[in-house]
Ligand binder design. Structure first.
Ligand code: NAP
Ligand code: 8YV
Length: 310
């Protein structure tokens, strides 16, 4: 059996297959990692999940590494330049999670706009008989700007249309066959919309893209929803603006320093916070696990990778 190093716990259905096919090593559970890596220098295969960075140090410690299968579509935990320079192949799990992530985006929008969490607490606290719950906003008729009209962004757009919202988008380039208005300037789009959705990858090109200026343009009546990565927003500016009323509200699945997020979030009543759950359904995690395993097996059998990144 061949060695496989895992950087984090994957879904049970995938783990069962991996345990049958490989000699699996759970790196996050190993106390003396340096000694373990010294003893397993010849390992060719790695599975990446969770918060452990697959960086140059880890790649240097595993000079025989040939393939990294990422459990997730975002590959920000892997230093792709370093992998490319070493000829390491990297795969991810695109498409199978589009629906679940789009669904969670709408759930965050609804929860934020219709104040579902506060209203639930209001009923549980027995306050309903004292006074009616205050009126809230509504998604119908509002304008939503999607930053990153990719695989997931397009599914979000469809669902927003079903809610009778007007959809526009921003990205590095216009997509001529998409029916939505394109903005090359993110500040301009933020000024024009009621909702800004962040669903771009967490790479160097997107770091802080949703800047203070963008959030200020979105303004006191605007709401920001982030299902991309915490790094794409200036989190300090977002917290400031949410506190002082410069930004209306936020629905957040991803954060700058997960899972130890800034405690400042807990003081805010105009945010809905989810612990990076957008793809975390039984059905979708099974499908991600299946694709993630099939990529590893394809590499081992010398057949083409199913969803290669590099
Ligand atoms: P995708 O199909 O590659 O779409 C990414 C979009 O981002 C593209 O439309 C791209 O458009 C745009 N983009 C990329 N770099 C950009 C930049 N520097 N500036 C502006 N726009 C940029 O990816 P996807 O499958 O939809 O996934 C998107 C991301 O969602 C993932 O990378 C991951 O970080 C996140 N995600 C989160 C969860 C979760 O659980 N919260 C789950 C899945 C995915 P252009 O190329 O035209 O610029
Ligand atoms: C996963 C995600 O929860 O696919 C992604 O990019 O963010 C989520 O589906 C994440 O990859 C966990 O590693």
């Amino acid at each position: 059996m061949e060695d496989l190093i895992l950087t984090g716990p994957v879904v049970d259905s995938a783990m069962e297959v991996l345990d049958q096919k490989f000699r699996t090593h759970k790196l996050w559970e190993i106390e003396d990692k340096a000694a373990f890596l010294r003893d397993h220098k010849a390992t060719r295969l790695m599975a990446s999940f969770g918060t452990l960075q697959v960086d140059t140090d880890l790649m240097d410690a595993l000079p025989a590494l040939e393939m990294i299968s990422v459990f997730g579509v975002g590959v920000d935990m892997v230093d792709l330049d370093a992998a490319k320079a070493r000829g390491i192949r990297v795969t991810n799990t695109p498409d199978v999670l589009n629906d679940a992530v789009a669904e969670m985006t709408l759930a965050l929008m609804l929860a934020t706009c219709r104040q579902i969490v506060h209203a639930d607490a209001f009923v549980r606290a027995g306050k309903w008989s004292d006074a009616p719950y205050p009126l809230t906003g509504e998604l119908t008729g509002a304008k939503v700007g999607i930053l990153g009209l990719g695989r997931i962004g397009k599914e979000i757009a469809l669902r927003c249309q079903a809610f009778k919202m007007q959809v526009v988008y921003s990205g590095r380039r216009e997509q001529p066959f998409q029916p939505y208005q394109y903005y090359s300037d993110l500040v301009e789009m933020a000024r024009d919309v009621d909702w800004l959705i962040g669903v771009v990858p967490g790479d160097t090109g997107t770091q802080g893209l949703v800047s203070r200026e963008v959030l200020e343009a979105l303004g006191p009546q605007g709401s920001f929803v982030n299902v991309g990565r915490g790094s794409l927003v200036d989190e300090g500016a977002m917290l400031d603006l949410l506190k002082n009323g410069g930004l209306g509200a936020a629905g957040l699945d991803v954060f700058f320093n997960e899972p130890e997020i800034s405690p400042e979030f807990f003081e805010l009543s105009n945010v809905v916070l989810i612990p990076h759950q957008a793809s975390a359904t039984h059905k979708t995690r099974w499908a991600m696990g299946d694709l993630f395993v099939r990529n590893l097996l394809a590499y081992c059998s010398g057949t083409p990778l199913i969803s290669p990144v590099i």
